[in-house]
Design a protein around this ligand. Structure first.
Ligand code: 9D3
Length: 248
C-alpha cells in the first residue's frame, strides 16, 4: 500500500565519488518500502562532476607529505554549493562528513537527524577532505566506530537506515520506538521460537509458562547478564542510573 505523504519527505542528499553504491541495501526491506512509498527520498551527487580540469581531478597530495590523497576543497565546496542552488538558497539541514575522526554516532544523534527535513552526507575516499571546506561549510564529522572502512559510503548507508526506520509511516516504527524507550541502556534479551527442542536444546521453560511477570523478570536478568558480559561501558552507566533511581 502506498501511503499519502507530505510534499517534502525526509531526504538524504549524498555527496560521493561512487553514486552507484546508492541506494544499494537501502532499496530493500523497510527502507526500500519507505523509499518506494515516498516516506523518504534519496539524492546522490557525484563529486567528480565538480572537478574542473579535463582529467576531472578531485584529489591531490597532502601538504606536509604523508600517504594517500586528499579531496580538494574547491571541488568538494562546489558540490556542496550545488545542493543549495537546487533548493533555492541554503541547504535545509546539517552537513555531515562521515569520517573515522568524527564523533561517534549515537541513537540520540540519529533521533535528532531523523527529525531534520534533510541531511547532507559527504562521503570521503582516500585519506580525507581538506579541513578548510569542513570549517567553511560548518560540517559535522561523524564516525561509526573504531575500525577502518574503505570509505564513507557504507557509513552513510548505515546512518540513513537508522534515520529512515524512525520516520513516521515506516511499518513497525511505533512498536520499535516504544520498546526502545523502556529498554533503556541494556542489550536485548535472547530470543527463541519453535521448535521447543532443537538439536537436543530446549527453549527456556519460563518462556513457555505463560507467566508474564516471570517472563519479564527472566528477560531483564538475561539483558543485564549480556550487558555486564559484553558492554562494560553500558553496564557501568546502567549501574549508576539504577543507583540514582533507587534514591528517590
Ligand atoms: C591511516 C589513517 N586512516 C584513518 C584511520 C585513514 C583513513 C582510513 C579509512 C581515512 C578514511 C578511511 C575511510 N573511512 C571512512 O570514510 C569512514 C569511517 C571509518 O573508517 N570507520 C568508522 N566510521 C567511518 S565514517 C567514514
Amino acid at each position: 500500500m502506498v501511503k499519502n505523504q507530505c510534499l517534502a519527505p525526509w531526504t538524504a542528499r549524498v555527496l560521493t565519488l561512487f553514486p552507484e553504491m546508492f541506494p544499494g541495501p537501502l532499496a530493500y526491506s523497510l527502507a526500500g518500502k519507505g523509499l518506494k512509498d515516498g516516506i523518504w527520498a534519496l539524492e546522490t551527487v557525484d563529486i567528480r562532476d565538480f572537478a574542473r580540469d579535463k582529467h576531472r581531478t578531485v584529489d591531490d597530495a597532502p601538504f606536509g607529505g604523508g600517504p594517500g590523497m586528499v579531496l580538494r576543497p574547491d571541488v568538494v565546496s562546489a558540490a556542496i554549493d550545488s545542493l543549495a542552488e537546487k533548493t533555492g538558497g541554503q541547504c535545509d539541514g546539517p552537513v555531515i562528513y562521515l569520517s573515522p575522526r568524527g564523533s561517534l554516532l549515537t541513537q540520540d544523534r540519529v533521533k535528532a537527524l531523523a527529525a531534520e527535513k534533510e541531511v547532507v552526507l559527504l562521503c570521503g575516499r582516500f585519506e580525507g577532505v581538506d579541513e578548510r571546506v569542513l570549517v567553511e561549510h560548518k560540517v559535522e564529522e561523524i564516525s561509526l566506530g573504531d575500525y577502518v572502512l574503505s570509505g564513507g559510503e557504507p557509513a552513510a548507508i548505515a546512518l540513513i537506515d537508522a534515520c529512515v526506520r524512525l520516520q513516521p509511516g515506516i511499518l513497525g516504527s511505533a512498536e520499535t520506538l516504544e520498546e526502545e524507550s523502556f529498554e533503556r541502556g541494556l542489550l536485548e534479551y535472547p530470543h527463541y521460537t519453535r521448535p521447543k527442542v532443537w538439536q537436543d536444546r530446549a527453549a527456556p521453560e519460563v518462556l513457555l509458562s505463560g507467566n508474564h511477570k516471570e517472563i519479564r523478570d527472566w528477560r531483564l536478568k538475561q539483558a543485564e547478564a549480556a550487558t555486564k558480559e559484553r558492554r562494560d561501558d553500558l553496564w557501568q552507566a546502567y549501574l549508576r542510573k539504577t543507583r540514582l533511581d533507587k534514591r528517590d
